[in-house]
Design a protein around this ligand. Structure first.
Ligand SMILES: [Zn+2]
Length: 268
């Protein structure tokens, strides 16, 4: 039953490539980094929920779900739009849900001892994916241009857009597998990890938002046709965001699978 469902959504997904946030590799990198940082208690809990599958393997399902009719209501959970110059708390909050609401709701399901195994499996899948999306700055973008989707340009003769560029271009050009990419990023000094883990989910969103002005500001090099210059600017940002997402996903999962309360993570 389930395999038939995934076959249908995977076929459908192939038709709409530009809907893949962070690309397939990016989300797997985040799952891989998180797995290397988890507590033993979390590892055991995750095994109970998804068996032999890994976080990297389940990380992309939500992008496949959102384009299937049954789960189309989950599409707004992948992003949060806030007007330029405004803050999330100033509202209005979408009644269809948004990325911040979804991370909170799925975390609570995962922590709920009474939730069914199927609910927990789905919640874990969503969470692995959504913490990734939260670290793609354009998933925290300005509604006016649909998080950069409305800004079209050509790359190597093929039409693309600003959002898709940030989702895929930098990562795909590295030609690394997810585990190679995770190794590559984790070679950095790990002393900051403890600090990164402490912050709140709203801070993760605000950090992503803070990157937007330079991402848009430097866009003039794309407009001038100098994609190479823009890639050199964007690569360190993408790499850091992927690493942050992986480390923080592990921190959030460790909170969920410990006795800790989640209210400190979710001050919204
Ligand atoms: Zn997504």
């Amino acid at each position: 039953m389930r395999s038939t469902f995934w076959l249908v959504v995977i076929v459908a997904a192939g038709l709409t490539q530009n809907l893949w946030a962070w690309g397939l590799i990016g989300h797997r990198v985040i799952g891989e980094i998180a797995t290397r940082q988890l507590s033993l208690v979390s590892i055991q809990n995750i095994r109970n929920i998804i068996g032999k599958e890994s976080l990297a393997q389940i990380a992309n399902f939500p992008d496949e779900m959102k384009i299937s009719e049954t789960y189309s209501s989950t599409a707004p959970w992948h992003y949060v739009n806030v007007m330029e110059g405004k803050k999330y708390q100033e509202g209005p909050i979408s009644d269809k849900g948004d990325l911040l609401q979804a991370i909170k709701a799925q975390s609570l399901i995962l922590k709920d001892k009474k939730a069914t195994p199927e609910k927990k499996r789905q919640a874990l899948t969503f969470l692995v994916h959504f913490v990734g999306d939260l670290h793609q700055p354009l998933h925290n973008g300005y509604g006016a241009d649909s998080g950069g989707n409305a800004i079209k340009f050509k790359l190597g003769g093929v039409e693309t857009n600003f959002h898709a560029f940030w989702d895929n271009e930098v990562i795909d050009r590295q030609k690394l597998s997810a585990s190679e990419y995770a190794n590559f990023l984790m070679n950095l000094d790990d002393k900051e990890y403890g600090q990164w883990k402490k912050s709140t989910v709203l801070q993760w969103h605000e950090e992503s938002r803070a990157l937007l002005s330079s991402m848009y500001g430097q866009k003039s090099s794309i407009d001038a046709g100098d994609i190479g210059k823009y890639l050199r600017f964007s690569r360190p940002i993408v790499d850091r965001q992927l690493l942050l997402a992986g480390i923080r996903l592990a921190a959030l999962l460790d909170d969920i699978f410990s006795e800790k309360e989640l209210k400190d993570r979710f001050n919204y």
